[in-house]
Design a protein around this ligand. Sequence first.
Ligand code: BES
Ligand code: ZN
Ligand code: ZN
Length: 509
Amino acid sequence: MARQPKKTTVTMEKIPPEKIRADILALGLFKDTKRLPTELAALDKAAGQVISNLLKLGDFTGAANQAAVLYSNGSLACRRILLVGLGDKKSLQLDTLRQAAGVAARTADQLGAARLAMALQTLIGEKLDLELVGQAVTEGAISGHYDFQDYLPASKDSKEVQNLRISLIDSKAAAVRKLNAGRKTGIILSEAQNRTRMIDNKPGNEINPPSLARQAQKLARQFGLKCKIFDDKQLARMKMNAILAVGGGSASKPRLIMLEHNGRRSAKDSAPDAIIVGKAITFDTGGISIKPSANMETMKYDKSGGCNVLGILTGAAQLKLAKRIIGLIPAAENMPSHTSYRPGDIIRTYSGKTVEVQNTDAEGRMILCDALHYAAKMKPKAIVDMATLTGACVIALGEHNAGLFSNNDPLRKAIEKAAQASGEPVWHLPSDEKYLEQMKSKMADLKNVSGREGGACTAAAFLGAFVDDTPWAHIDIAAVADTDKPKPSRAPGATGFAVRLVLEYLRSV
Ligand code: BES
Ligand code: ZN
Ligand code: ZN
C-alpha cells in the first residue's frame, strides 16, 4: 500500500530545556563555541555534562547545519540532545535558523524520534525579532519533514516518523508570546509550500491539464476559494490561441485555471490587488523541437509555477489576507504528435499580437502571454508570474538565485524584500526594450525565440510585451523549482520555491 503523507504539528510550550520530556531536544550552537554557554549550564548538568565534554573535545565545530546527536547519561527527561551548527554568530540570519530547524526535523525523522523539542533560539541574543524567529523555525521544520513518498511502500524496517510532533520551547514568557505568534504564520506558509510540492512532485502520467484543474477545484472547496476552469472549447471561444497551440499535440487538452481569494470587506468587485500567474506545462517534451532524452524526466517539474499558484492562493485564504487576489494557471502538455503546433506556425495570440513560432520548446512564454494579457485586462494593481522558463536562467544564476524581472521599481523592490524575508533569494536581471527588439519577427509582431545570448532576458521581455502598463514582475524559477540533491535541511524533489516569497509579498502590501 502507498504511504500516507507525513504529518507535522508544531506547538509552543513555556518550559526550560532541562525539564522538557521529548525524544530529542534540538539546540543551536555557534561556530567555535569553546566553553559551555551559561544558558545551557542547568541542562548540561542534568544531562551528565555531555555538552561540555563534547565542546572540550572540539569534535563539533558549529559550522552551519552540522549536526551531532548526544545521549544524555544523567537525569534528563529527554533521551537525546541534537546540536545543530548555526555558523558564525556575526552572520546569523533568519534563514540560518530556518535551515537548522529543517536539519532537526530530518534528523528526528531518521532516528524515529517522534517528539521533537526545539530551542534553537536559546543563544541567539537580541539580533533577530523573536516573532520572525518563531516563524522561520516553524517553516524550516515543517518543510524539512516533507518528503515525496506517494509511490513507495510503507517500509517495515525504516524508523521514519509518520507524525512528527514538534514543540518550540522557551523558559521566558515574553519570548514564548512572540515565538508563538510567528509559529502560527509559519505553519500556514510552510504548509502552503508543502501543498505545492505534493502536487509538483507527482509525475506526468498522473498530472495533466484536466487533472490539475480537478486538484485546483478540490483545493478551492477545501480552502474557500472561488474557482473557474476554462476548458479547450471555452479557450477557443476566447481566442486563447497560444495556450491552444501549445496544448494541441497532447491527448490531454489544455485548461486555464482561475482561483480567487476575496478578503476585502466591501463586497464590491473592484480591481484585484494582485494577480499571480504560474506556468503549468504538466510535461515538457519540447514538442516537435523535441528535447534530448537525458534528464527529460525532470520536465515533470515544468508545472512548478502553476503549482506555486495553488499553494499561494490557499495560503492567502488561510492567512485571511484583506485583499482581492486572483490566481491564473495556464496548463498544457507539450507533446509531439500529428496535432502539434510546428516551427514556422504563426499564432494570433489572445492579445491580438501575432507570434512566429521558431521553436516549440519555447512554449512557456506562449501559454503565459495569453494568461498575462488576460490578467492585464482585469487592471490589477500588480501581476506577479512564476515560471520554469529558461535554461539560460539556470546558466546565468545557478541554483542559488531565481531570476527577477520587472517593469516597475517599487514592485521589484517589494519582491526583493519578500525574497529576503522568506530566504528564497532572487537576482534582478534586465528585460528592457533592447531585449524586446531581439524578439521582433520579420513576418509577425514577435517570434518566440532569439539567439542564445541573454536568453532569460529576451524571454522576460517577450512576456512584458503582453501586460501593457500594469506593474509586473516575473520570477524565472527554472534553476530552483526542483533539485535532485537532498540537503541536510530538505528532501530532494520539488522545492515550492517562491510560494513563501510571494505570500510574504502579499502580506507586505
Ligand atoms: N521548461 C524549459 C526551461 C527549463 C530548462 C526549465 C531547464 C528547467 C530546466 C523551457 O520550456 C524551455 O525548453 N526553454 C528553452 C527555450 C529555448 C528554446 C529558447 C530553453 O531554455 O532551452
Ligand atoms: Zn520547453
Ligand atoms: Zn517548459
